[in-house]
Design a protein around this ligand. Structure first.
Ligand SMILES: NC(=O)c1ccc[n+]([C@@H]2O[C@H](COP(=O)([O-])OP(=O)(O)OC[C@H]3O[C@@H](n4cnc5c(N)ncnc54)[C@H](OP(=O)(O)O)[C@@H]3O)[C@@H](O)[C@H]2O)c1
Length: 233
């Protein structure tokens, strides 16, 4: 069976991805912060499931990811870097370097950490892919066109994550590993924007179908999954 590691699988979009891959009977490595949730996920599915309890923002995550992959994984086909959080503080007056650093640690350092740790297993897959869940808010082109929000930290963290995606693609594509940035849609989750209009289950299904189609020809772009278009970086 193919295998997938999904970060932030406890709830929201990551949880829906977990459900979709469980239905498809993939081997799943859900990364969650809460050990109780980890046990619940494992008990909830007949798919092979090896939870990883870790905070992607903390260096110790490397140890926990390695420990589980070493024990249960020969090769990893897909890594979905989904874990994320939002601070909806608006304007320069409400924006503090500490908030920015907090979000950077999750959306950027966390993605780097998980990708580096999973890399030896991705290299063993016949069709490996790293899918970084970005956001339309991370697009500089969108802000410059006047459609940006007045929030600083989240767009900056996602924009940095997009650059990380491009850097990873440059190095890893030569090794046959696809690295892609994805905007999953305006999801009706806890942190969804006021204009959220997309059921996260529908978006998770669309993303899993799209990942199935990823091949050597797929460009490292900023992919809007629900519309099928590329977003300007
Ligand atoms: N909602 C949208 O419309 C939308 C649009 C574009 C992009 N996105 C992106 O999609 C992803 C999922 O968003 P969502 O709407 O599903 O958010 P959500 O409902 O708030 O879920 C966030 C998930 O990330 C986990 N998480 C947060 N920080 C973490 C950390 N340091 N280590 C490990 N796990 C962590 C949370 O775990 P806990 O349960 O432990 O808190 C939770 O499972 C995020 O990257 C978000 O930026 C969302």
């Amino acid at each position: 069976m193919p295998s997938v590691l999904i970060t932030g699988a406890s709830r929201g979009f990551g949880r829906e991805l977990f459900e979709i891959y469980a239905q498809r009977r993939w081997t799943i490595f859900p990364l969650v912060r809460n050990p109780v949730v980890a046990s619940q996920l494992q008990a909830s599915t007949e798919a092979t499931c090896h939870p990883i309890v870790a905070d992607v923002a903390a260096p110790r995550a490397e140890h926990e990811i390695s420990r589980i992959l070493e024990s249960y994984c020969n090769s990893l086909d897909v890594l979905i870097n989904n874990a994320g959080n939002v601070k909806k503080l608006r304007g320069l007056g409400q924006t503090y370097p500490e908030d920015l650093e907090d979000l950077f640690r999750v959306h950027c350092s966390g993605v780097l950490r998980c990708t580096k740790t999973a890399l030896p297993y991705l290299k063993k897959s016949e069709k490996p892919a790293v899918v970084n869940i970005s956001s339309r808010f991370g697009s500089i082109a969108r802000v410059m066109s006047g459609k940006g929000s007045t929030i600083y930290s989240y767009p900056i963290a996602k924009c940095a994550q997009n650059m990380l995606t491009a850097c990873l693609d440059q190095e890893l594509r030569k090794q046959g590993i696809r690295v892609l940035a994805v905007h999953p849609g305006r999801l009706k989750t806890e942190v969804g924007a006021p204009d959220a209009d997309t059921d996260p289950r529908d978006a998770a299904t669309a993303l899993a179908d799209w990942i199935d189609q990823v091949d050597g020809e797929t460009l490292c772009g900023f992919h809007d999954i629900m519309s099928g278009r590329l977003i300007d970086w």
